[in-house]
Design a protein around this ligand. Structure first.
Ligand SMILES: Nc1ncnc2c1ncn2[C@@H]1O[C@H](COP(=O)(O)OP(=O)(O)OP(=O)(O)O)[C@@H](O)[C@H]1O
Length: 375
């Protein structure tokens, strides 16, 4: 089992985009990567994501591997305990994962070691995208605080696949369909209860964080929808929808349709908020999850924040930094100029900052007192 409060102490990156062979072991709690466009800052975050999740947070594995190479590898060591993680992905689709030198078969085993929260341009999907993005967000949180959730989630995925296959095969309700309906009702109900319990804990933390991040945003609300009529049990809802399920060949109701609605004064936040306000809400959602995780004794998650200053004015960028600092989580953050984060990170937390200059795929640690580079 991973230790509760892990942080990355060493990182080795081979053949990830323009990062050919990088070794870093000077990490602090807050690690800022600065440099010009196209220098490789986001690729460093992607490499850490690969280490924690065995996949990229943008694009395919094929695009992640340096052009002309067959595979990319990331190796890291965690504090405390010096547990090592290693992930190799090849363009042919092969995945190799090692924990403490021992090969493991599933990504689920890996993700517990370095729980990651990403804030980047894709995070706007939380507001603007399809419900799947919000379900993944919710499930990330439930997975990391409720160890029984994953079994139910897997059971539900198996159940819905079977039931949908059957719906396409048979033309009318059958004994076999009733069996799979009952099985799905059980796992779906359990899955949904874990999500709802998690959401109830998350909501007040999100609201409190938003009051600090954007006090002028009045009437911000999150509403959870579980994916079927709230007056009915899941079994009842499935039975009621059997006819249309048979007609169209798939299961219409259930946790696979769950969603979180984000509202401001009763209006959809996606349609109402400015881009900067949307970014603050996204940061609030991600920070609330990290806070809840550590309050529940599950340790800190690690934040990967790509280009924090974009879309935010200096004051709001500073507020996000203050919250990140107060969480005591390890943070890897990118910006164009050193001062973009250096100047807004809270004074009292400056000793926790490490700066890295990224240029043409090379990463160089910079003394924080050093004014040589574009501060
Ligand atoms: N598969 C690849 N092989 C080699 N180089 C690549 C590959 N994919 C992307 N690159 C290059 O790697 C560089 C690093 O891109 P990255 O997105 O990390 O830059 P960045 O520093 O985050 O830039 P920005 O500030 O513009 O977001 C870019 O110059 C890009 O063209």
């Amino acid at each position: 089992m991973p230790a509760a409060n892990t942080s990355l102490s060493r990182l080795q990156i081979n053949q990830v985009r323009n990062l050919k062979g990088i070794r870093l072991d000077q990490f602090q709690r807050v690690n800022v990567f600065f440099g010009h466009n196209g220098s490789g800052k986001t690729s460093v975050l992607e490499a850490i994501h690969l280490l924690g999740m065995a996949r990229s947070f943008r694009g395919s594995i094929k695009s992640l591997v340096s052009h002309g190479e067959e595979s990319c590898t990331v190796f890291g060591a965690l504090r405390p305990g010096n547990t090592t993680l290693g992930v190799q992905r090849s363009v042919s689709g092969e995945v190799r994962i090692k924990i403490a030198g021992t090969p493991v078969r599933t990504v689920a085993e890996l993700v517990e070691y370095l729980p990651l929260q990403v804030i980047n341009a894709n995070s706007f999907d939380l507001l603007m995208g399809a419900p799947g993005a919000r379900r993944r967000y919710l499930d990330w949180g439930v997975f990391h605080v409720e160890h029984r959730f994953f079994d139910q989630w897997q059971r539900f995925q198996r159940g819905i696949k079977q039931r949908n296959m059957l719906l396409r095969r048979v033309k009318m309700a059958s004994e076999e369909l009733s069996v799979w309906t009952r099985e799905l009702a059980q796992s779906g109900e359990a899955l949904s209860q874990y999500r709802e319990a998690y959401f109830r804990l998350l909501l007040p933390r999100f609201i409190a964080i938003m009051a600090r991040l954007a006090p002028s945003l009045q009437g911000l609300e999150l509403r959870y929808r579980r994916g079927w009529d709230k007056q009915l049990s899941y079994q009842e809802a499935l039975v009621n929808s059997t006819d249309s399920d048979l007609e169209q060949g798939y299961t219409h109701v259930g946790p696979q349709r769950a969603d979180i609605r984000v509202l401001t004064d009763g209006h959809s936040a996606a349609d109402t908020l400015s881009r900067g306000q949307q970014k603050l809400v996204v940061c609030g959602l991600k920070l609330a999850q990290g806070q809840l995780m550590s309050e529940m004794g599950k340790g800190h998650c690690t934040y990967l924040v790509d280009d924090l200053p974009s879309e935010l004015d200096r004051e709001h960028c500073g507020l996000v930094c203050e919250l990140l600092a107060s969480m005591q989580a390890q943070v890897f953050i990118t910006c164009v100029q050193q001062r973009d984060i250096g100047d807004v990170w809270p004074d009292h937390d400056q000793p926790a900052l490490a700066m890295f200059h990224v240029e043409h795929g090379e990463v160089t640690p910079v003394q924080t007192g050093d004014s040589a580079i574009d501060k």
